[in-house]
Design a protein around this ligand. Sequence first.
Ligand code: BGC
Length: 418
Amino acid sequence: MIHKNIKRLISVAVATGMLAFGAVAGEVEVLHWWTSGGEAKSVAELKRLLEADGHTWKDFAVAGGGGESAMTVLKSRVVSGNPPTAAQIKGPSIQEWGDEGVLANLDEVAKAKGWDDVLPAVVSDVMKYNGNYVAVPVNVHRVNWMWVNPEVFKKAGAKIPTTWDEFSEAAEKIQKAGFIPVAHGGQAWQDATTFESIVLGVGGADFYKKAFVDLDSKSLNSPTMVKAFDVLREVKKYTDKDAPGRDWNLATAMVIKGEAAMQFMGDWAKGEFTAAGKMAGKDFGCYPAPGTKGTFTFNIDSFVMFDVGGGDAAKAQQAMASTIMEPEFQEIFNLNKGSIPARLNMPRDKFDVCAHDSMDEFVGSAGTGGLVPSMAHGMSVFSAVQGAIYDVVTSFYNSDMSSTDAAKQLLSAVQSSL
Ligand code: BGC
């Protein structure tokens, strides 16, 4: 009798499409660092969809913007032979984890759902290790944004800057009017986020790629890099005294509340504006960081799946991967997160002007060579190199080191990290 009922329930579930790929409920333990207001709302959507399919969500959140703390915790879990089902891991690091031989293979679900056809190659390439899918993308973030409170600009009589020279003019006026020109959080990853936008704005996309992708020595220690450090020093001049250690979302809140005029941050900041009920194009503005129009620094969030040894756990894991790639998830998650879907040909109507701009630039910049991977967000270099760059940028930011010395140190730090 029980047996018959279960059989009946399963056939109903299958007929109504209740069970997703894999069709077996299980637990998924998911490591991520999405703990700010907008981030938490986004990840809650993934939990909701998986629970609707009968799976159990075990949250493994490790706070800390940019994910450095999360990665440290992940390493110790994997080393002790107890990896989570999935972890938020991105870019070249996926290859490093692949080398460890601890990842699951997602080719079956990828093939069944046609991932190769619905993902742009710039995204799907990152998700594969030795040609096999080991990760699944949730979004594409654009990093080279400047978030603006238009009221503050208006009150200060300042113009939205499109070059770094204009930035200084605007910042000067804003400061005189009694506002904080730049909301910043003095943490290594935030310093690096601002710095990479400056390098892109000062040097252009080709220079950026030579420096932060090819690690070309003549670019790392060059007059252009010296100029970029000068601009970083100039930006610091317009931050407030409480910036050291501040979390990025608290900096965003300063722009939301009209205490500060702008923030240089990726579009996860938009998730904060949205969560606070603010409207893009009206309550806040999104502009490319000075000098970076027509370029796009991409940061693709993805979940890497660990080998969980088959059975229900593996089936639930495959179901999670499948759900993430569904249009329903890609839409709702990205509406909350501030990013754009990783999947191609998604309807655009529910997205705001900033997302539309991002979607257009993502495609446009790919055609003109302006699409570049984010160094600060782990998309362009291995973690050791990224760490070396962070160290130099941050020690420059927090000392009176000259820009010439910083460029020299950048080259030597990169070289010794290789
Ligand atoms: C991640 C984003 C996250 C941000 C701040 C970035 O590295 O890609 O998803 O919102 O860090 O935590």
